[in-house]
Design a protein around this ligand. Structure first.
Ligand code: FPP
Length: 250
């Protein structure tokens, strides 16, 4: 696991798991006098670039916040556009993802997405299932609080039926009931567009993640920006609650 507690000192290695809040599509479009839809389209291009760049840098897990449980509050036309872009992305990229050794995964409640997305999602997951090099997880209809509540409910049911005793519920057991049970915790969470909020993304999993924010808007986020984020991560002293390298020798 990437987040093994007790590891300390600077992290010269690339993060195993990068999670990205793809923010700023709307602002990117407005600044150019374009429609928000154009910002989202450009956001998809940025995603394609970053998947390739992550793969080339030996990042093993890339998780992107594509649609949150709160995004249903947007105008229906924007929701429809985002769903359409998801279907287009899957239809046009799956062969390329497969060729790159990418395995697609989903967290959230994708079964509540429109019927038009279901076939493309199922086929994308099935056709990339053998990918060995990078797990690309799309957070779709994802909300961290809902994820935690889902886990609590499932554990309560297991306790009620005698499958687990309350004192057997540890943080590892809890983690195994989250949607991310097959993923290590993120090492680095990137939020473009100058915001410092987690916005209901991976709240539990972010316990020891390094957070990186940049003024660059998501549609402008490219391989060079990814390198800047990784370099910032490598300068951090990850202590996981212990003392840092120099302090522990003092
Ligand atoms: C936030 O920008 C972005 C989103 C809510 C959607 C992110 C989606 C994409 C990049 C494209 C679709 C994804 C896939 C997987 C095909 P914002 O619109 O809130 O930006 P703003 O804060 O500047 O308005």
């Amino acid at each position: 696991m990437a987040s093994t507690a007790g590891t300390s000192g600077p992290s010269p290695q690339v993060p195993a798991h990068i999670a990205i809040i793809m923010d700023g599509n709307g602002r990117w479009a407005v600044r150019r006098g374009l429609a928000r839809a154009d910002g989202h389209r450009q956001g998809v291009l940025a995603l394609k670039t970053i998947v390739k760049a992550a793969r080339a840098r030996d990042i093993r897990y890339l998780t992107v916040y594509a649609f949150s449980t709160e995004n249903w509050r947007r105008p229906q036309a924007e929701i429809d556009l985002l769903m359409g872009l998801l279907v287009e992305f899957l239809a046009s990229e799956v062969d390329e993802l497969r060729a790159q050794g990418v395995r697609l995964a989903v967290i959230g409640h994708p079964e509540e997405l429109p019927a038009s997305c279901q076939g493309a999602l199922a086929s994308g997951l099935a056709r990339t299932a053998q990918g060995q090099d990078l797990v690309l997880t799309l957070a779709l209809n994802y909300g961290s609080r809902r994820e935690i509540v889902d886990a609590a409910r499932q554990l309560a049911e297991e306790a009620q039926t005698g499958l687990i005793a309350p004192d057997e519920i540890t943080d590892q057991v809890f983690s195994q009931h989250l949607y991310t049970r097959r993923l290590p915790d993120p090492d680095l969470i990137i939020r473009p567009s100058g915001e410092w909020r987690l916005s209901n993304f991976l709240l539990w999993q972010a316990a020891y993640a390094e957070i990186y924010s940049t003024e660059v808007l998501w549609p402008d986020f490219d391989a060079q920006e990814l390198d800047r984020a990784i370099a910032a991560y490598q300068r951090r002293d990850r202590r996981f609650g212990a003392l840092g390298g120099q302090e522990s020798q003092a």
